[in-house]
Design a protein around this ligand. Structure first.
Ligand code: COS
Length: 386
């Protein structure tokens, strides 16, 4: 749903300009240094990018899902590491508070997330609990007015910079599955929290992940999201439904950029006496990429609109996350192929995108988990209808 086309267009314009003038020129520096310059992060704060999804009453822009998708399509015409800076705060790190938090919890945290003063991370994954998220082992045991948290979270995006975590932990160790899990807001300055070294990753240099260790960390009971135990897994799943539409939009934006670079190369590069874009086998790769990007874009916008209409979009979110991220992998692979030997060389930038986008098919649920969710929902609906 687009509330006011003119206001949205002005925002899209400023993001487009920011990407062109500030982010694209910084791509190589970020890849070399593994750091996003603080001046760029500050500009993101000034533009309100950390508050895209936080309601206006808390100082954010309160974008609808469709509006968020449109912004992401622009913001992702560059290295996806830049999106990652704001990703966990506008997405999975804040949405649990927004969806299930009490008014007090929302008022205490959302304004500082909206300005980018505090960065949020989503702490679900553990060394032994990845795809099987409901098997998580981190415990949060009630002691007086606090919960005492022990355990380790793994691969947590933006944890090295986070001021707060949306933490999923087991409040009832006797209950093994999803029902024993609760969600908490955790201030990262709380004693007993320590961070591992930054992970060494395949791509997206400049975007950081690490382990987070909890050793007898006392979290006030007032920070239990919604003040209800046993609801944390559902909070996480609802958050991921939205997050998966977000990641699908990211995949579409980056794929558009990769295809543009591949086309530009194919127009310039001559072999057998003519530009390679005139060869039909190269044209097939360009055309397949264009058609698949278009299909993915339509899916993402449709899923976003359905969510804005208040529909349950668990199936659609998984469909577009699966389709768009797999598409992006194919587009990146074809781009390397179109550039040939140059596609393999770091100076041309395409191999960097190829590595950067690989994680899209893994995080916020692998392609195989999306397949499982889609098929399960189909079977459930069919059984209900029978
Ligand atoms: N919205 C609301 N509630 C949901 C939900 C959703 N999208 N999906 C599941 N739930 C609820 C279920 O209704 C169930 O509650 P009830 O028992 O009251 O009915 C509960 O959550 C448990 O669901 P389910 O039985 O489906 O859980 P499973 O352990 O079988 O598996 C999957 C769930 C595999 C889908 C889940 O673990 C998953 O998404 N894994 C991937 C995790 C992931 O994306 N990690 C990335 C971390 S962030 S980078």
């Amino acid at each position: 749903m687009i509330r006011d086309p003119e206001t949205l267009e002005a925002l899209l314009d400023s993001v487009r300009r920011f990407v062109r003038e500030r982010l694209v020129p910084a791509e190589n520096e970020v890849a070399e240094t593994d750091e996003i310059p603080e001046a760029i992060v500050q500009e993101m704060r000034d533009m309100g990018l950390f508050g895209l999804t936080i309601p206006e009453q808390f100082g954010g822009l309160g974008l609808t899902m469709e509006e968020e998708v449109r912004v992401l399509l622009e913001l992702c015409q560059t290295s996806p590491a830049f999106r990652s800076v704001i990703g966990s705060t506008v997405g999975i790190g804040s949405q649990g508070i927004l969806m299930d938090g009490t008014p007090e919890q929302q008022a205490a945290w959302l304004p500082r997330l909206a300005t980018g003063e505090v960065i949020a991370s989503f702490a679900l994954t553990e060394p032994e609990a990845g795809s099987d998220a409901a098997s998580l082992r981190t415990t949060a045991i009630r002691e007086g007015d606090d919960y005492v948290v022990n355990g380790t979270k793994r691969f947590i995006t933006n944890a090295p910079h986070a001021g707060m975590l949306t933490l999923m932990a087991r409040t009832d160790p006797a209950v093994k599955g999803a029902a024993g899990v609760s969600a908490f807001i955790v201030d990262t300055k709380t004693p007993g929290i320590s961070f591992g070294k930054n992970d060494r990753k395949m791509g997206q240099r400049g975007a950081h992940t690490c382990d987070v260790h909890f050793d007898r960390v006392r979290v006030p009971a007032a920070n239990l999201i919604g003040l209800k135990e046993g609801q944390g897994f559902k909070t996480a799943m609802k958050t991921l439904d939205k997050g998966r539409i977000h990641i699908a939009a990211v995949a579409v934006g980056v794929a558009q950029r990769i295809l543009r670079d591949a086309l530009a190369y194919a127009l310039e590069r001559k072999q057998f006496g003519k530009p390679i874009c005139e060869f039909e086998l190269v044209q097939a790769m360009l055309a397949d990429s264009q058609a698949e990007i278009y299909a993915s874009e339509c899916m993402v916008i449709d899923a976003a609109r359905r969510r804005d209409d208040g529909k349950n979009v668990s199936t659609e979110a998984s469909c577009c996350k699966m389709f768009a991220t797999e598409m992006c992998g194919r587009v990146a692979d074809r781009a390397v192929q179109i550039l040939g030997g140059s596609g393999y060389m770091a100076d041309y930038g395409i191999e960097r995108f190829y590595r950067d986008v690989r994680v899209f098919r893994l995080y916020e649920g692998t392609t195989q988990i999306q397949q499982l969710i889609i098929a399960r929902n189909m079977v459930r609906a069919a059984r209900r209808a029978a």
